[in-house]
Design a protein around this ligand. Structure first.
Ligand code: ADP
Length: 407
């Protein structure tokens, strides 16, 4: 039970941490890329200015002073006249893009793409446009730096997540420890209390029953009181037994597994409750497929069907109908208990399996209903690796469906 909570806590913690790390990485990556690009463009811009400065129109002849500027291995400078014809060059150019005065990234042989910038060149004296200077630089170095950053951030995140994974497992275990201990104590207390209550309750019940069996020994007006005592002790015995069963199922209960003949069990139960069904004039039907066997704890499985049948009987009004169906679907056994009773409101469908939950809380004492029946059913079904679901409509009826893997 706590294992699931621990796992959920660890996963939630890791989820939040990965989100924070992802946001952090994206921010770092974005900032770093922006700053690298700014530096790159600044360098290109300066180089372009220097290149433009070193070109002039000398007595009608356009000349570029190529030797005045020293370029890096990945840099290229090209000078063009107004028609776009190259008049000078520094570095090895493989660019064939048209002249433009904005940044132009030429993606050739990624990661060695090239970024260029073109500057207009004006005559030093007349200030007339005489040509263009284009400078380019390979983005290889920048891309390599970014790739190294990606690897660094990626492995950093992986290591951080792994370390926090182990850390969070340890932390959640430590945080849950006191809760688990007190939960264990509470379960033990419930189990002990229910167990200890059984004997005195049995004494009260037996004495009340004996007194009622020999009414001549008691005053006639006391009969009613003894009947009330017997009924209350019956209800309390049932309650303590249910609590004991739930407390035990919380501590890995030992199932006494055997091959249970489902058909026989359902027939016996239907027979047992037939008189109650007749009292309400209910249509009481059983639809079975032959040869339905289930490996499980006979007593506990009987408790499941008893609880469901008792509920169906209790919540179905006069002249209604209750149908029990059992069949095999592929490798599953499916048992349905269908009634035409008061039904369950859609918002309550998720609540009915909770301990002590009842739709009508006011009538519990008189009716002996404690709200533990379905919680016990769910617990036992889960212990048998089965599942239970319910479909219901108010004033129309309910259908509880059980599914077990056939053995
Ligand atoms: P209870 O002892 O109150 O019957 P259960 O755990 O068996 O406790 O059921 C919980 C609640 O689910 C009931 O109080 C009732 O409101 C609802 N319920 C269970 N079975 C049926 C049914 N067949 N038809 C209508 N409501 C039902």
């Amino acid at each position: 039970m706590f294992q699931k909570t621990r796992l959920q806590l660890t996963l939630a913690y890791l989820g939040v941490l990965s989100l924070i790390l992802t946001l952090f990485t994206v921010a770092v990556r974005w900032n770093f890329t922006r700053s690298l690009n700014q530096q790159f463009n600044f360098r290109l811009e300066n180089l372009a200015k220097a290149a433009a400065f070193n070109m002039d129109n000398d007595e009608g002849k356009l000349e570029a002073d190529e030797d005045e500027i020293i370029v890096d291995r990945q840099q290229i400078i090209e000078w063009f006249d107004l028609e776009g014809k190259m008049v000078g060059e520094q570095g090895e150019s493989e660019l064939d893009t048209p002249l433009e005065t904005k940044y132009l990234e030429q993606t050739q042989d990624y990661p060695n793409s090239i970024r260029s910038i073109t500057k207009p060149v004006y005559h030093s004296e007349t200030k007339e446009l005489i040509g263009y200077a284009r400078v380019s630089e390979s983005l290889g170095e920048l891309n390599n730096t970014l790739r190294r950053l990606d690897y660094g951030l990626g492995s950093g995140i992986a290591i951080a997540l792994l370390a926090s994974g182990f850390g969070s497992i340890w932390l959640t275990r430590r945080a849950m420890e006191p809760i688990e201990v007190s939960f264990e104590r509470l379960k033990q207390f419930t189990a002990d209390a229910s167990h200890e209550l059984r004997s005195p309750l049995m004494v009260i019940k037996t004495n009340a029953d004996v007194a009622l069996k020999y009414p001549e020994g008691i005053r006639s007006k006391d009969t009613e009181k003894f009947t009330a005592i017997a009924s209350a002790s019956n209800q309390m015995t049932r309650l303590t037994e249910n609590l004991l069963l739930l407390a035990r199922s919380d501590q890995a209960i030992n199932l006494q597994k055997e091959l249970v003949d489902l058909n026989l069990m359902l027939k016996e139960l239907m027979h047992l409750y037939q008189s109650q069904a007749q009292e309400k004039n209910l249509e009481w039907q059983l639809e079975l497929q032959p040869e339905l066997y289930l490996l499980g704890d006979r007593i506990l499985l009987k408790q499941v069907f008893t609880n469901l049948l008792q509920n169906a009987l209790y919540y179905t009004p006069q002249d209604g109908s209750i149908t029990v169906k059992a069949k095999k679907i592929n490798s599953y056994l499916n048992i349905k208990i269908q009634d035409t009773g008061i039904g369950i409101a859609p918002e309550n469908l998720d609540l009915i399996f909770e301990r002590f939950w009842r739709a009508d809380k006011s009538r519990s004492y008189q009716s002996g209903k404690s709200g533990l029946g379905l919680a016990i059913v769910k617990e036992i079904v889960t212990l048998h690796n089965g599942s239970i679901s319910v479909e219901s409509e108010l004033e129309k009826g309910s259908c509880f469906s059980l599914c077990f893997l056939e053995n």
